[in-house]
Design a protein around this ligand. Structure first.
Ligand SMILES: [Zn+2]
Ligand SMILES: [Zn+2]
Length: 236
C-alpha cells in the first residue's frame, strides 16, 4: 500500500474511534464506512409497480394523466424514518443524508434504467431567493451525488424557478398543477435531442416533475426519465 494511502487509512480509523459513524436514520453507531445501520426498517417501495408513476399498481397515481416524462421511480415512501431524513436534508442540508439517499437512488436507477441512455442529469430547481437563504438546493445535492456514483454528467441551471411561485406542498392537489405550470422557466443550456434523468426529493402528484419535463421537451429534449428519493404514500 502506498505511504499516502496508509496515512489516510490511519487518519480515518482514528477519526472513526473519536467520532464513530452514526446511522443517519436512528443515530446508533454503525459500521465503518456506512451511513446507516442494519437494524433500521425503511419504508421501501416494493411489489408490482405502475410502469409510469412508480406507485404500486393498486395505488397508481396516474389517474388517466399523460405525463411528459417516460417514467418515475423511487426507492422509498415519504414516511417514518425517510420522512425525518428528508426533513434533515431539506432544512439542514445534511450532506450525509444526501449521500445515503443518493446511494439508494443510484442503486434503483442502475437496476431499472439503462444508464447508458442518459446524456445528462438535471434537477428540479428551487426559487433563487429560497436557494440563497438555504445555501443549497436539496434536489441538486441528490443529483450531484447520483452523478458521482453513476459517472453521469450533471447539467446545472437547465431549469429555473420563477420568483413568486408558491411552495407546492402547501397547495391542494388541483392548485399544484396550475402552480407548477406557472412556476418554471428555462435556463440557457443546449439540451436538444438529449435523453435526461430528472431528479427531485419528493413526488406527490407528479405535477412538478411533469411541468419540468414539459419545459425540457419544449427545449428539444428527446426524452425524460425521473427518479425521486421518496413518493408520498397518501393519495391526494
Ligand atoms: Zn439505524
Ligand atoms: Zn401510475
Amino acid at each position: 500500500m502506498p505511504e499516502k494511502l496508509k496515512i489516510k487509512n490511519i487518519i480515518h480509523n482514528i477519526a472513526d474511534m473519536v467520532f464513530p459513524p452514526r446511522c443517519i436514520y436512528c443515530g446508533k453507531i454503525c459500521k465503518t464506512g456506512c451511513l446507516s445501520c442494519e437494524e433500521c426498517i425503511l419504508p421501501r417501495v416494493e411489489g408490482n409497480l405502475c410502469p409510469v408513476c412508480g406507485y404500486p399498481l393498486d395505488r397508481c397515481n396516474c389517474n388517466g394523466r399523460k405525463y411528459n416524462f417516460g417514467r418515475c421511480i423511487a426507492p422509498f415512501y415519504y414516511k417514518d424514518k425517510i420522512r425525518d431524513a428528508i426533513i434533515k436534508l431539506k432544512f439542514n442540508g445534511n450532506k450525509r443524508v444526501a449521500i445515503e439517499l443518493a446511494k439508494e437512488m443510484s442503486d434503483i436507477i442502475k437496476c431499472q434504467y439503462d444508464i447508458d441512455m442518459f446524456d445528462g442529469v438535471v434537477c428540479v430547481p428551487m426559487n433563487k431567493k429560497k436557494a440563497k437563504e438555504r445555501g443549497y438546493n436539496q434536489s441538486e445535492l441528490l443529483a450531484k451525488n447520483i452523478c458521482k456514483n453513476l459517472n453521469l454528467t450533471y447539467l446545472p441551471d437547465v431549469l429555473t424557478r420563477n420568483k413568486n411561485s408558491l411552495t407546492q406542498h402547501k397547495l391542494p392537489a388541483q392548485d399544484r398543477w396550475n402552480n407548477a405550470r406557472n412556476s418554471y422557466g428555462i435556463g440557457n443550456v443546449e439540451i436538444q435531442n438529449k435523453c435526461l434523468l430528472l431528479i427531485d426529493d419528493i413526488c406527490t402528484t407528479g405535477a412538478t416533475l411533469d411541468q419540468c419535463a414539459y419545459l425540457l421537451k419544449k427545449l428539444g429534449t428527446s426524452s425524460i426519465f425521473c427518479c425521486v428519493a421518496a413518493i408520498n404514500h397518501y393519495k391526494t
